[in-house]
Design a protein around this ligand. Structure first.
Ligand code: ADP
Ligand code: ADP
Length: 228
């Protein structure tokens, strides 16, 4: 469902962030992306959700060649991909409910469906009781749960998570991982960049290691493999 063929990404300042990456990620996989800072992990993820386009090579997501996508088709691909960040990126003046509803409003979902679906998803992430709070009135773990609710509300086939536990304490990180594991179990592909050695080594899944813009390791039930 995600396929890269000899993908290169050179930023306008001349940095070669990815240098000939080829990889296939199937439907329903859970993949950790590991490697040193500056290795190209975020670039790898940004190419999948079309925040960046490749300089050379092909990327297909659900059969769409997303590097060559016409501008008007971008929303169709984006709605099939939910994105989660280390710093949550919630809208600060909106409540948890409104943050999640916003993702449905953007794709012009019917109002009736929004009113039904948003509480369901907030219940799934365990935040139904706090849906009228703004981000500042929620803990870090709770804010990440809202971000996860927002990412899954439109039923994407893929979740891209860039260091989702990077700002959370170990216990909260485990709770977030349990939630992502459950979402994966229900049928969503997850690609997650992480520096969390304990999580990678405990929840054994496919590990793709990137160094200097190349995939240097791809293991089925892999390990973190670094000391940082
Ligand atoms: P990682 O996520 O593994 O830390 P990144 O994909 O963020 O790595 O970065 C890979 C390389 O590309 C680094 O050298 C970084 O400085 C560079 N880079 C990332 N984004 C940009 C950008 N927008 N413009 C120029 N260089 C960038
Ligand atoms: P301990 O083993 O001392 O209870 P852990 O840090 O291993 O502490 O676990 C903390 C929390 O993370 C617990 O709620 C546990 O259920 C959960 N957890 C631990 N391992 C996994 C795993 N492989 N998958 C999902 N959740 C896990």
């Amino acid at each position: 469902m995600i396929e890269m063929q000899d993908v290169w990404k050179t930023y306008t300042n001349g940095t070669h962030a990815l240098q000939g990456v080829s990889v296939k990620i199937d439907r329903n996989e859970f993949v950790y992306v590991v490697g040193p800072s500056g290795a190209g992990k975020s670039t790898f993820m940004k190419l999948i959700y079309r925040e960046e386009v490749p300089t050379k090579g092909q990327i297909s997501v659900n059969g769409f060649n997303i590097g060559k996508l016409k501008q008007r088709k971008i929303p169709y691909v984006r709605r099939n991909i939910g994105v989660i960040f280390q710093d949550f990126r919630l809208l600060p003046r909106l409540t948890a409910y409104e943050n999640v509803a916003f993702a449905m409003e953007v794709i012009e979902a019917p109002k009736k469906l929004i009113r039904k679906r948003v509480p369901e998803v907030l219940e799934l992430v365990g935040l139904k009781e706090k849906m009228n709070r703004e981000p500042a009135q929620l803990s870090g773990g709770e804010q990440q749960r809202v971000a996860i609710a927002r990412a899954i509300v439109n039923n994407p086939s893929v979740i891209i998570a860039d260091e989702p536990t990077g700002n959370l304490d170990p216990e909260t990180s485990w709770e977030i991982m349990q939630l992502l594991d459950e979402i994966n179990f229900r049928g969503t592909t997850i690609v997650m960049a992480t520096h969390n050695k304990d999580i990678v080594n405990s929840m054994r899944k496919r590990v793709i290691a990137i160094e200097n813009g190349n995939i240097v390791r791809d293991q089925v039930r892999g390990e973190y493999g670094y000391d940082f």
